[in-house]
Ligand binder design. Sequence first.
Ligand code: FMN
Ligand code: SF4
Length: 678
Amino acid sequence: MSNDPLLQPYQLKHLTLRNRIIVTAHEPAYPQDGLPKERYRAYTVERAKGGVAMTMTAGSAAVSKDSPPVFNNLLAYKDEIVPWIREMTDAVHEEGAAIMIQLTHLGRRTRWDKGEWLPVVAPSHHREASHRAFPKKIEDWDIERIIKDFADAAERMKAGGMDGVELEAYGHLIDQFASPLTNELDGPYGGSLDNRMRFCFDVLKAIRARVGDDFILGVRYTADECLPGGTGKEEGLEISKRLKQSGLIDYLNVIRGHIDTDAGLTDVIPIQGMANSPHLDFAGEIRAATNFPTFHAAKIPDVATARHAIASGKVDMVGMTRAHMTDPHIVRKIIEKREEDIRPCVGANYCLDRIYQGGAAYCIHNAATGRELTMPHSIAKADRRKKVVIIGAGPAGLEAARVAGERGHEVVVFEAANDPGGQIRLTAQSERRREMISIIDWRMSQCEKLGVTFHFNSWAEADTVQAENPDVVIIATGGLPHTEVLSKGNELVVSAWDIISGDVKPGTNVLIFDDAGDHAGLQAAEFIAKAGSKVEIMTPDRSFAPEVMAMNLVPYMRSLQKLDVTFTVTYRLEAVEKSGNELVAHVGSDYGGIAKQRTFDQIVINHGTIPLDDLYFELKPASSNLGEVLHDQLIAGRPQTAWRNADGKFQLFRIGDAVAARNTHAAIYDALRLVKDI
Ligand SMILES: Cc1cc2nc3c(=O)[nH]c(=O)nc-3n(C[C@H](O)[C@H](O)[C@H](O)COP(=O)(O)O)c2cc1C
Ligand code: SF4
């Protein structure tokens, strides 16, 4: 038996958890019709297979129709959910893991124009900034109805074979009652702490009465809103004690902070560049004060920190939620003493940011997550060993090399630069985005183990490639900044990459014209502003940096607003002219009728990349498929069989930005999807 603190079993009432690592509630937005169908089940089961002790499925499964699915939540109010839940719980139990589900009423944290278009309810009219609905002040009959809805939903979940349910209180209706900031009710549910907690206890009592004692019940709540006038630490401690003393629940799941704004949410769930485990000590204080089973998750991305969380006795169960989106097999790798093989979560938050834009959660560098029905987390060996030559060691090229190596092929990679990483190496120039380099480092160490041959500093020509006698050639050469977007003066501007790489020194009065709207524009702005220069970001879009998304924007804004960077939306830079030492920007608008002239000493363009595809087109005539990718085969997960040139000696493919400017996830998905069948 291992003496690793993380691998010790934990007895939670009647439930034996096989180790100390859990996946906390998170809605990956995979439901179909509000139900956990095949895709949802496959995702959940993968983590159970990987060894986690318990997976808290769903984030915020909705108990009522006036808690509409604002990020494609499960609908726990539907009776037809029960058989789907049963299939999932049976499959998870078969893998030896426990499974619970988080239930909620979102209160004001939703929108009225979703689901059944019912008015949003909350204990006050105060709107939540993130979701924007002005709520109706909740009435007595709403309260009765919702309490019953919680109990009905819990009963459905028990019937579906769940080991228990957790109430999502923080930021949702239950804590909207508890917080003085969002509760303006008179009468039994407003005013004193007793009254503000009444709703939570009424819900818990109603659930317990329905599900009995042999069912785990927990609450995930904020024990300190970190907001003036809100639930502070002292009251949070009191709430924690009362929850324990109620005898109604079996554990506490501690949150610190508030989630009503993007900034608040990002402090609760920190992203890359922010401190690791920022609330762990706080969770430890709650555990010490209550002496009650305590769960906690907030950027504990690595095994060492998780081990510390358990060994130090700060928590009983440690959440590694995003870490399991990046690598569902963490526990198995710990048991097999292969911690170095764990694919690291880099805190990019592509997963979470996407669900707030209505998309499904995907991991920036594990394209199999959420695609378990079609993409493997473990790559199978190929029947025949082939020689695969890859040009480019950016994220696409390295993923292709890793997957080809796992398939058992002989793999050779040519890279023009001294180091691997491509655009990610540039991204990691920013202190805050340094964690991104693990996307590259992990792949390099995996490739090393797999015996991949690398030629750095090596500009591959068609001859070099053909001299290798490859069976397959993959062009992953990426792109170069595309700045030729002006009607005049393209030679007078520099690219965002020029600034980030340090190749061009910042000017003193700088315009960044950003119509790519991705990280590069904001990163360049931060570099320039930190050098003490004046920076204006201009975009023709309705909002700036639309590709950066909500939580990723937070650290930028915290930095850029302090540096007094200004943002100008809905204007387009059309041309640039030189006038003495100055640059004159000719500014128009897609809405028409505008022609302004502005003066700067440096103009930076961020307009994505243009593919670096010369080698691809040189090699194309010599290939057997003439570069063709059969989309039906690609999508169905079958080997590529295009045959267009009888004289061709190798198959030729290109992936990532060498095809068209996209993002890291797309590059890695291109590689995995293609190479897993080579
Ligand atoms: C895609 C996604 C959806 C989430 N949805 C919920 C949710 O509905 N309810 C909840 O309590 N937490 C939710 N979370 C937060 C996680 O449970 C966890 O607290 C958070 O990710 C921090 O832990 P980590 O750093 O280990 O990922 C979500 C997280 C992710 C990544
Ligand atoms: S997208 Fe980023 S934060 Fe989310 S799981 Fe993947 S690496 Fe972690």
